[in-house]
Design a protein around this ligand. Structure first.
Ligand SMILES: [Zn+2]
Length: 123
């Protein structure tokens, strides 16, 4: 299961970050995952729940923010969402577009109880 590796990676990154800052109980990890990243949020949540026991983020909730697939148009410069995998500009209809969203997988934040500097994102 692909998501098991991702969950392990997220926990590792969170723990590394938490080691550098004094913190209380970790409440929430917020990650941003694109629609095209090939990650099933339910599987990821399950994997995270299994792996978090005994780690620095034991008891924390994993929250996934889904990023829809989007393109940026070379002709008009607008950024529009992609529907049904039709890669063309939603504003002017041009087909010269670049994929600008939907493939990312990144950490947004780690929320923990005080001290106040604990709630910040890793570099
Ligand atoms: Zn356009």
């Amino acid at each position: 299961m692909h998501e098991l590796g991702i969950a392990g990676y997220l926990i590792e990154v969170a723990e590394q970050h938490l080691q550098r800052a004094p913190h209380g109980t970790v409440r929430r990890l917020l990650v941003r995952i694109g629609e095209m990243a090939g990650v099933n949020p339910d599987s990821l949540d399950f994997a995270f729940t299994c792996l978090q026991k005994g780690t620095g983020v034991d008891g924390a909730r994993l929250e996934v923010e889904r990023v829809p697939l989007a393109v940026e148009c070379d002709a008009c410069g607008r950024r529009t969402p992609v529907a049904d995998y039709v890669f063309r500009c939603g504003a002017c209809g041009a087909e010269t577009v670049r994929i600008v969203g939907g493939r990312e997988m990144e950490f947004v934040s780690i929320d923990a109880d005080d001290p106040e500097e604990a709630a910040c994102a890793p570099d």
